[in-house]
Ligand binder design. Sequence first.
Ligand SMILES: Cc1cc2nc3c(=O)[nH]c(=O)nc-3n(C[C@H](O)[C@H](O)[C@H](O)COP(=O)(O)O)c2cc1C
Length: 335
Amino acid sequence: MDEQQWTAVVAAATRAPSIHNTQPWRFTATGDRLDLHRDHERALPVLDPTGRQQVISCGVAAEFAAVALRAAGVEAEIELLPASEDPDHLATVRAGAPREVTSADAALAEAIGRRHTERSPFLPRAVPEGLLERVEADAGPLGVWVKTVTGSDEEVATAFLVSRAEELERSSPEYLAELERWLRTDPAAVDGIPVGAVPEDDPATRPSNWLVRDFVASSRTPRTFLPAGDPAAPPPEVERPTVVLLGTEGDDRTAWLLAGRALGRLLLTATVEGLATSPLTQAPDWPATRTRMRSRLSLVGYPQMLLRMGYPSTAGGPVSGRRPVSEVLRFEPAR
Ligand SMILES: Cc1cc2nc3c(=O)[nH]c(=O)nc-3n(C[C@H](O)[C@H](O)[C@H](O)COP(=O)(O)O)c2cc1C
């Protein structure tokens, strides 16, 4: 593998979603291996004190690197936590023998560039039959379970916990200050959440039981609610997205990386199908709401990622920036 090839692979890996778009990763390419380290400088001590969500983000990046390698005609293998003495060394992706590229490989790799977090309302249309089974079949061998939040009891309990967590967050000055540090008004910003990716939190245009994270809570001026448009018009339909929960039996770095890998697969599979997704991780953010989620949904193990999934109502592409590859990748000569 030469520098140009690794640069292309890392460009794909860094399109991975990450909590607050912190991009908490560094890569080193040495011959046929790519080492992925967590970058502590980009930590979120208030929201993510254990680093769980950043490690999940790095797991997605490792998966995207492997997908890009396979689509380039190279076998790929991911080893998790390869060096026990360095806790930040999260994964090694190894480039193997040449392989024939299948149409599925090519489709997944192509989806990397199109995938983005879509917080706007979804269309009232069910996800394709068989998709969730495929997602489960991909996640199972990684030790990750996928639960669709169905049935009114589960939906009400989960939506309540998301709202409760969102409320807790909005009332924490430390949380809001940290969030504000990662909010970006410059559309050319290379990291953080661009305000353009956050829809107006207006129940007239986004009627849903599922609150997306309010990234602009700290700068929002309290407003009186004025319904938009013709008051005689029928109210817009309440969004009913498919909501899926990914979880693991354990709750350590290996589990978080595996959850990230499964999440990466899920996001690309959904994108290939024309679906959009957005995480709703407020409830699993906090120990109290996370514990209640485990008991209210009778989960075996730990919730790692909650996502809404559905057909997008707007045609949009990625809007969040990424740091240039040269900033996150260095090359070392193979010994
Ligand atoms: C572990 C994790 C947790 C996330 N939590 C949320 C969330 O609670 N709400 C949200 O709107 N987006 C969430 N996101 C999405 C990120 O904000 C998004 O990936 C990042 O801004 C980059 O944008 P992109 O996904 O469009 O490339 C999360 C992403 C990851 C990986």
